[in-house]
Design a protein around this ligand. Structure first.
Ligand SMILES: [Fe+2]
Length: 389
């Protein structure tokens, strides 16, 4: 048996923030970060909540690649305020902290690592609303949250249906002030997720169409938004596409862009989108040996290849299109290009391989990597060499 799970409501397009006035609830707790406060978005959201008579409180301490300590800080503030609405306002890190805050608010004794599919968890007291301010993770639509375990230097890949927000609000106004680096990084994350979602072993009839459509939209609109962030139509399309990418992979799964990406992020503290974006062309090359049919099909469906191109040709065209976009977005193609020294790479090599192999996503990749393959993959990715094994 399979499931397709999604938020109950997507409010999207210009003015979508006004949906906050229609949301039921009396006490709204907003989780966010300092940048969002500075941009005035927290005030904007607070005003709309107050207009509909709600009491409000906030926590603005979320940091990138959030450590578990931050979740507990957010939880403390929530427990004091006792909300019936929990709102994540920010990028993927903020949304993930809001999601886990909600679960722990309802179940304070639950160890974070037990937020996994087989644990019985129910949500009764609060409603979760996600308001993404980057166009990337699609966390507003997914059943997952990534929290960093700082002591043991790895990323906890939490996953449970209760992590899917009740409502996702996609207002392109909130992506207006994104720095180019964040547009590039979050957009590459959305792209890697949509492509993984189409090619992993759990691909299915319900998610495939969403993967194709979001891949097509991201390939078209990500370079446009990077080039001209004032283009509000392109920004709206990219914002929607990122959320669709989240919805798509959350109902299928992720592949090795995310096992290698999470390991790279945990060891070298490189932003998530840059890591998975960097892995993407290599993961396509790695899959070509056994599964060019999937990538070929996707390449033709999204217009990256001609309908007459065979699978291998189409797959290479898709990879080339992605590499071209990465150049436009100034996303590094290798660890060396990112600026990691050979000595630092070698010193951390065993950790990189161990963390990659411990990730849950490897077994879902269309071609499951062996530990030996992972070692070679890392070396190729350090030098920027095309995968030929
Ligand atoms: Fe991701």
């Amino acid at each position: 048996m399979w499931y397709f799970r999604a938020p109950r409501v997507f409010a999207f397009g210009e003015g979508a923030l006004d949906y906050l006035k229609e949301v039921e609830g009396n006490r709204a707790f907003v989780v966010t970060d300092k940048t969002i406060v500075k941009l005035g978005f927290l005030d904007l959201v607070m005003e709309k909540l107050k207009e509909s008579g709600k009491e409000v409180a906030s926590f603005d301490g979320v940091t990138p690649e959030p450590p578990e300590e931050i979740v507990y800080e957010s939880l403390k503030v929530a427990q004091k305020f006792n909300p019936d609405l929990i709102i994540g306002l920010g990028g993927g890190s903020v949304l993930d902290v809001a999601k886990v805050t909600q679960v722990l608010f309802e179940h304070p004794d639950l160890p974070m690592l037990e937020i996994m599919p087989l644990t019985p968890i129910t949500i009764k007291k609060t409603t979760l609303i996600a308001i993404p301010t980057t166009s990337g993770t699609g966390s507003d639509a997914t059943a997952s949250a990534i929290i960093t375990n700082t002591k043991e230097k790895y990323k906890m890949e939490l996953n449970h249906p209760v992590l899917i927000p009740h409502t996702s609000i996609l207002d392109p106004l909130l992506t207006k002030s994104l720095p180019p680096k964040v547009i590039a990084s979050s957009g590459m994350d959305a792209l890697a997720q949509a492509i993984d979602g189409y090619t992993v072993q759990w691909r299915n009839d319900f998610s495939n169409g969403l993967c194709i459509h979001s891949t097509r939209m991201i390939l078209e609109y990500l370079p446009q938004v990077y080039e001209n962030p004032e283009d509000s139509k392109a920004r709206e399309k990219l914002h929607n596409a990122a959320s669709i990418s989240g919805l798509a992979w959350s109902n299928s799964f992720l592949g090795i862009t995310h096992s290698f990406g999470h390991a790279m992020g945990a060891v070298f503290r490189i932003p998530h989108g840059i890591t998975v974006g960097m892995v993407l062309p290599y993961s396509i090359e790695y899959a070509m040996k056994t599964h060019s049919n999937l990538y070929g099909e996707l390449a033709r469906a999204v217009g990256a290849a001609k309908s007459s191109d065979d699978d291998k040709v189409a797959t290479i065209k898709l990879r080339d299109k992605i590499v071209k976009i990465m150049k436009e977005l100034e996303v590094p193609r290798s660890l060396k290009e990112y600026g990691i020294s050979k000595a630092k790479f070698e010193k951390n090599f065993d950790d990189l391989v161990r963390l990659t192999s411990e990730s849950a996503v490897n077994i879902f990749n269309c071609r499951e990597p062996t530990t030996e393959d992972m070692k070679r993959f890392w070396n190729y990715m350090y030098d920027g060499k095309s995968i030929d094994f």
